[in-house]
Design a protein around this ligand. Structure first.
Ligand code: KIV
Length: 250
């Protein structure tokens, strides 16, 4: 798609029905993101997500047999060594993933090479790394300082050299995201990184107003999903209280 100049839309999927309706829209790349820790499981950040939780959600998503490429995140602490990275990537593949994603560049280049050598397609993730939120003390835009720009270029090169088929760029300044996109042969998929990436990814619940208690600044929700669900449920509650709400009878 990058070669053809076609933009690559991607969205996160966490369960069976969501995967079915997303796949019916024709989105070509679905990610079982460890963002599920926050928007599905109610954790404060993604560092608490376990392999067992990822496998559970990947299995549910895979049961929908999406036409989209199905990628899944290696959660925090599961790819500290090449051996652990391959073992856990294989577990996600056994659960139904067709590719895995992990956060970092040069720091995980050996792990990436080992995953790719094991025959598992790998997608990188650079810029703001949610799994490092505790070390970094928050979610910060990356690429403003020259040292950060240079580090991002070196990390992107390392991912390509290690065999990554693409990379997510999260909260990278738009000029640096554009520079990275021109520099690497593989597609860049941006999130909060401006318009000049090869594709864009969002947390689906952010897009459809499904997690209204926090919406990242760069997201424009396309509907107020939770407000519509509250209205539907509220209408039914009122009906039941008035003695109805039992559904249609024959
Ligand atoms: O965990 C996730 O959902 C992600 C995407 C937002 C890129 O990593």
């Amino acid at each position: 798609m990058k070669t053809r100049g076609e933009r690559i839309p991607a969205l996160t999927a966490y369960d069976y029905p969501m995967t079915r309706w997303l796949d019916e829209t024709g989105v070509p790349l679905l990610l079982v993101g460890d963002s599920l820790g926050m928007v599905v499981l109610g954790y404060e950040d993604t560092t608490l997500v376990t392999m067992a939780e990822m496998e559970h959600h990947v299995r549910a998503v895979a049961r929908a047999r999406p036409r989209a490429l199905l990628a899944a995140d290696l959660p925090y602490g599961t790819y500290a060594t090449p051996t652990a990275a391959v073992e856990n990537a294989r577990r996600l593949v056994a659960a139904g993933a067709e590719a895995v994603k992990a956060e970092g560049g040069r720091a995980i280049a050996e792990q990436v090479a080992a995953i790719v050598a094991a025959g598992i397609p790998f997608c990188g993730h650079l810029g703001m790394l949610p799994q490092s939120v505790r070390e970094e003390g928050g979610y910060r835009i990356k690429g403003r300082a020259e040292a950060e720009r240079a580090a991002l270029l070196a990390d992107a090169d390392a991912l390509v050299a290690a065999g990554a088929f693409g990379m997510v760029l999260e909260l990278v300044t738009p000029p640096v995201a554009a520079e990275l996109t021109r520099r690497v042969i593989v597609p860049t998929i941006g999130i909060g990184s401006g318009p000049d990436c090869d594709g864009q990814i969002l947390v689906t619940l952010d897009l459809v107003g499904g997690f209204p208690w926090f919406t990242p600044r760069f997201v424009q929700p396309r509907m107020d999903g939770v407000a519509q669900m509250r209205a539907a449920v509220g209408g039914w509650l009122a009906e039941v209280r008035a003695g109805g709400g039992g559904g249609r009878t024959r």
